[in-house]
Design a protein around this ligand. Structure first.
Ligand SMILES: Nc1ncnc2c1ncn2[C@@H]1O[C@H](COP(=O)(O)OP(=O)(O)OP(=O)(O)O)[C@@H](O)[C@H]1O
Ligand SMILES: [Mg+2]
Length: 364
């Protein structure tokens, strides 16, 4: 039988931190920093939509089966889980998997944002215990800061040594460190050098969510929030969510805030279209604006006399009201349009035939 993780109480943590501050090592030019905070059970369950057990994870069957086997073996042999790398777009389950792993292992999880510097590691060394998990978000920033060269405040190679040899290099020599698991999460594995990726023996492959899995999440979320999401409404939320579980959560949260018991087709449409200004196939207002701008204002004839619909990113950003943030186009607007086959990157951004058809529907 599983036992609940033994979380330190707030008082215990405070006592540990006070003790830690009293015994903090001299750090020369860098101020002493507090370690990242652990996430206790109570706080985890504040987000009722975040699964806590592997059995509650929807989809990702291969990743779940793999992680289950690693966890079972560690528990049978009383071992620390190897370091885990989780890669995926925003809102697709990286934090969820980290929390579920910590919950299943019954250990504390500490959270840090990369780059994790030597002082943070020294502080963590005082509070972490064997088997605990350190979750490092956006771990590619660790590698980037290494590439850009170290500064007094960021010595990224400390984390490397810890991952490789379980020790912490300091000016005073190598310090031993609790036997911990590091779970690195990133939205962009391409920014990680191979030597870094190799330090994560476990890399579950997170696959895109299909609409069946997303619809399953919509119904599960409805149960958690006290409303019944009908199968048709669940399918609508799934289709409009662009493959992102967090988007499904947001739709269902909206629906549960607006309705007492049943969320059906009309309620789903109200949330998706009227409240979130999305189309039923998931195009956000900015995506709709980008397609219609290209179609209505981007018409050009190329050298061969063919009609193309295109514009530069800066022009599009200005046209849809994001002139100060043209990166938003590349990060948040065009990736889904490219995936759907509506846009191609050429001289600027160009509508494909499918994009022209979709833009015609939007302007009809
Ligand atoms: N496989 C899944 N099964 C059930 N729910 C999920 C799953 N993946 C994600 N979710 C839901 O989506 C929400 C967002 O996921 P999560 O916070 O894990 O994303 P993330 O990949 O860490 O995003 P970010 O890159 O923004 O940190 C979770 O709170 C959870 O409710
Ligand atoms: Mg996250």
């Amino acid at each position: 039988m599983r036992t609940e993780p033994a979380w330190p109480s707030t008082d215990e943590m405070r006592a540990r931190l006070t003790q830690l501050q009293e015994t903090a090592p001299p750090t020369g030019t860098v101020d002493y920093v507090e370690p990242p905070r652990p996430v206790p059970t109570g706080e985890r369950s504040k987000n009722v939509l975040r699964p806590e057990r592997l059995s509650e994870i929807v989809g990702q069957d291969d990743a779940v089966a793999l992680i289950q086997r690693f966890i079972d073996t560690c528990q049978r042999k009383d071992l620390t889980l190897d370091n885990v790398l989780l890669v995926g777009a925003g809102g697709t389950g990286k934090s969820t998997f980290s929390h579920v792993i910590a919950c299943e292992m019954g250990v504390n999880v500490y959270e840090a944002q990369a780059p994790v510097n030597a002082d943070t590691l020294l502080a963590l060394r005082q509070v972490m215990e064997d088997r605990d998990i350190l979750r490092v978000e956006e771990i590619h920033l660790q590698a980037l800061s290494e590439r850009r060269g170290k500064t007094a405040g960021s010595q990224p190679e400390g984390l490397y040594a810890l991952m490789e040899d379980g020790v912490l290099p300091t000016a005073a020599g190598l310090l031993d460190f609790p036997d911990i698991t590091i779970i690195g999460t990133t939205t962009d594995e391409g920014l990680l050098p191979d030597s870094f990726i190799d330090r994560f023996p476990i890399e579950p492959h997170l696959v895109p969510y299909d609409e069946t899995a997303l619809a399953g999440m919509a119904r599960w979320n409805g149960d958690k929030l006290g409303v019944v999401v009908t199968p048709t409404a669940a399918d609508m939320f799934a289709r409009a969510s662009r493959g992102v579980p967090r988007q499904v959560n947001n739709f269902v949260k909206n629906a549960a805030s607006l309705n007492d018991d049943i969320v059906g087709t009309e309620e789903a449409r109200e949330v998706i279209v009227s409240l979130n200004h999305c189309t039923l196939d998931g195009l956000t207002i900015d995506m709709q604006r980008m397609l219609t701008f290209l179609y209505t204002k981007g018409r050009h004839e190329n050298a061969k006399g063919d009609v193309v619909y295109r514009a530069s990113v800066n022009t599009i950003a200005t046209a849809i009201g994001k002139s100060r943030d043209s990166k938003a186009i590349a990060l948040r607007v065009e990736p889904f349009l490219i995936q759907q086959g509506y846009i191609q990157i050429g001289q600027g951004r160009v509508l494909t035939d499918a994009g022209i058809e979709r833009a015609k529907e939007l302007t009809a």
